[in-house]
Design a protein around this ligand. Sequence first.
Ligand code: NAP
Length: 231
Amino acid sequence: MKAIITGATKGIGRATTEAFAKQGFDVAICARTAADLDAFEAELNKTYPNIEVFTQVVDMSKKDAVKGFAAAVVAKWAKVDVLVNNAGVFLPGELTDAKNEDNFELMMDTNLYSAYYMTNGVLPAMVEQKDGCIINICSIASFEPYGAYAVSKHAMLGFSRALREEVKEKGVRVSAVMPGATLTASWDGVDLPKERFMKPEDIADAVWGIYNLSKQTVVEEIILRPQLGDI
Ligand code: NAP
């Protein structure tokens, strides 16, 4: 069994990679920082010596790099069972502030277009096998108006819904996961007790659970929030 997880060296992507590796999946993972990828690959090889770990340095905000990663994995593995479109970035800022133009574009590229190009690279193999699962990491910002970031995450939810309709009769399941505040590097510098957040491992368990249902059932959308609510 094979899983692709984008943006996998930290946070939710890392925990998700571990969840699938623990279940015996071969994993194809990417991030921008080569040293982090090498270290994580070594750790995975040590803990799960029976799985294959494929890593590639990829900047998911760059269309050609995303397409290259998808093509490399598909060339290597005829069948991919699950794609987790996780890579994403949060940059604070108002949509109407012209100073945020570059940040807005970067968030759209990283949070939306990466998933679009990655999916289109992997989908033909899934459709041919009439089997596959695509899990898109959205956010509660997919339905709350939290600045420019929210636009990218609303779009990601729209992408998930449209994709779901297009492939539901082709054997491919599509899920949108909407987490609230999860304790990852994204929150570095925020002074709140860690109990106020969810654990990335909990999001990873939900992702594994979504995948692990029988193929007759799809979790179309799931919202996860800290017990005490949004931050
Ligand atoms: P994180 O801890 O900051 O980790 C991000 C991971 O993605 C790192 O491995 C990072 O490695 C990689 N990455 C970032 N930009 C990339 C790019 N352009 N190309 C390739 N890899 C990239 O992030 P996280 O908080 O786990 O968030 C993961 C996803 O969950 C995102 O889509 C985020 O929007 C979503 N989410 C997070 C929260 C939260 O509260 N944390 C809540 C809702 C939704 P490099 O830096 O080396 O590239």
